[in-house]
Design a protein around this ligand. Structure first.
Ligand SMILES: Nc1nc2c(ncn2[C@@H]2O[C@H](COP(=O)(O)OP(=O)(O)OP(=O)(O)O)[C@@H](O)[C@H]2O)c(=O)[nH]1
Length: 541
């Protein structure tokens, strides 16, 4: 390889150590077909001297044969192997390429640019720090540009480089570049990016990719490589709220009990107080064990084993947190979901939801709308088809512990698994937990019809201390395919008109302090009897 450090020859161990300690930047490239994505990746590798001599010789001779780039070498050929496989129908959703410079290590997630590939882009982008959005200078901002930018923002990517490519075909015109920049900023201002950098370039000729161009004297900004090497990503991770999802409990003998996992956020030190969820039991950290010995401190992204000073019951799927920085918890939450399979997502159908390391059965209880990724408009929807994105309410069979995706990409995301085939069919980003008040809005006949069809819904009114009983009833109803909402005593009166408007059946558990003109009061000990009663009286089908 032509890129070399002198250390490789003189002191290989120091070189490897230096390499290991370099910061890693994960980025993805997105653009429409023919914007020059492959050429750009090829150019990055070529100009940062990451190509083996024999590879270079091979593409030089292939370039002459294929002849698409005249006298110049066709750098896109470097990445074309993958395209060939795609054309043969082999499923490669995302290809990852690795390279490094003296400053940083890089992983490029290369995702296909076609319209139907939202799913792949979502897969590639979910771990990326930065997105390069390619724009052909001749065509300017396109529908695809908007779509890719929206998905990048949805997935929490904070840093954007808008690569205005093929500047050679518009005579490196400053005005053209500025117009594209204004266009892009106008539509992206609500997408919440941390920083957006515009670079005028020619991937084919190499202008402003790795080396600064002499063709753009009006441009004083960084080259693409300057941005990639210097963009500050350290602040993107959450170093305050400690989150440790337990992946495995290591108990080799009676004297050692360690909890293994990767720190999803924050910092941990021996002596720190911790709280285990869902149990709520507390203890303090005794030691941080790793293969290389014990640590005095461990950070986000490190895989460690924690031992505690007290014997508390913790199992796989639990989360250790700092007692003062609790995550959200609940069975219901609102989330944006990307659908990834041919069979459409239908509200009411049971799926498995894997939130962190925890899996629970559940249903999408409500699809608020789907999002037109081209215009960013909300559209009414009954289902989510392949590659569609929608805002949903999800109800799980058991409580989960999570953060909002905005706060933490790891503890705020989930995947949806088909219960029969075990295939991942969707992925989601949690916005917030849902409490009773979210459901307490008037429901029009139309909306009721659209949301629930002929399916009866029920409202369980519960008094304090009867929560468990209410939960059992809810579970029974849920398992028999009925949608239900639990409303606590304090809400009962407020809830009444809405319950009526929704045409729901109220099931009253305990004494919620309000006499409602409708509803069925349940025998406090027997949830099954109540559900049977509802069935025999024809309230439920
Ligand atoms: N003039 C000029 N042509 C370019 C530039 N970048 C890429 N091209 C040409 O544009 C065409 C498409 O480039 P690719 O790199 O294959 O585009 P792509 O976006 O990877 O396309 P797909 O892989 O099909 O999605 C090729 O003929 C390239 O040689 C550029 O900066 N200037």
């Amino acid at each position: 390889m032509s890129h070399q450090s002198e250390l490789i020859a003189s002191d290989i161990h120091s070189y490897l150590k230096q390499h290991e300690n370099k910061e890693l930047l994960r980025f993805l490239t997105c653009g429409s077909v023919d914007d020059g994505k492959s050429t750009l990746i090829g150019r990055l590798l070529h100009d940062s001297k990451m190509i083996y001599e024999d590879q270079l010789a091979a593409i030089e001779s292939d370039s002459k044969k294929s002849g698409t780039t005249g006298e110049k070498i066709d750098l896109a050929l470097l990445v074309d192997g993958l395209q060939a496989e795609r054309e043969q129908g082999i499923t490669i959703d995302v290809a990852y390429r690795y390279f490094s410079t003296a400053k940083r290590k890089f992983i490029i997630a290369d995702t296909p640019g076609h319209e139907q590939y939202t799913r792949n882009m979502a897969t590639g982008a979910s771990t990326c720090d930065l997105a390069i959005i390619l724009i052909d200078a001749r065509h300017g901002v396109q529908t695809q540009t908007r779509r890719h930018s929206f998905i990048a923002s949805l997935l929490g990517i904070r840093h954007i480089v808008v690569a205005v490519n093929k500047m050679d075909l518009v005579a490196f015109d400053e005005h053209r570049f500025n117009d594209i920049r204004t266009d892009y900023l106008n539509f992206s201002e609500h997408l919440g990016f941390g920083d957006v950098t515009f670079v005028p370039m020619s991937a084919l000729e190499g202008d402003n990719v790795v080396n600064a161009s002499t063709q753009t004297p009006w441009y004083q900004g960084p080259t693409l490589m300057n941005v990639l090497e210097n963009v500050s990503i350290a602040r993107d991770v959450d170093v305050t709220r400690f989150r440790f999802p337990v992946q495995y409990v290591n108990r080799p003998d009676l004297n050692f009990r360690g909890f293994c996992g990767t720190i999803a956020a924050g910092v941990v030190r021996p002596g720190d107080p911790i709280l285990a969820l869902p149990s709520g039991r507390t203890s303090t950290v005794k030691s941080i064990v790793t293969y290389d010995g014990n640590l005095q401190e461990a950070f986000v992204n490190q895989a460690v084993t924690l031992t505690l000073n007290d014997e508390i019951d913790i199992s796989r799927g639990d989360m250790l947190v700092h007692p003062d920085q609790l995550p959200q918890r609940g069975r219901r939450f609102v989330a944006k979901m990307v659908w990834m399979t041919d069979a459409a997502m239908t509200p009411g159908k049971q799926y498995d939801f894997k939130v962190g390391v925890n899996t629970s059965a559940g249903v999408v209880t409500h699809l608020f709308n789907k999002i037109d990724v081209n215009t960013l408009a909300d559209l009414p929807a009954e289902q989510l088809a392949l590659n569609e994105i929608g805002l949903c309410e999800i109800t799980l069979n058991k409580e989960a512990v999570f953060d909002s995706y905005k706060q933490n990409r790891w503890t705020g995301s989930f995947i949806v698994i088909d219960r029969l085939t075990n295939v991942t069919v969707g992925a989601g980003m949690i916005e917030r937990v849902v409490d009773g008040s979210d459901r307490l809005r008037p429901v029009s006949d139309e909306e009721r019809e659209r949301r629930f069809g002929q399916k009866p819904i029920s409202v369980i009114l519960t008094a304090d201390k009867h929560g468990d009983l209410a939960a059992q009833v809810e579970r029974l109803l849920f398992d028999s395919g009925h949608l239900s909402v639990t409303v606590s005593a304090a809400d009962a009166l407020t809830a009444a008109p809405y319950i009526e408007a929704a045409g729901a059946i109220a099931i009253i558990v305990g004494n919620p302090g309000t006499e409602l003109p409708f509803g069925i009061r349940m025998d406090q000990n027997d949830p099954v009897a109540v559900v049977e009663q509802l069935l025999t009286q024809g309230y439920l089908r």
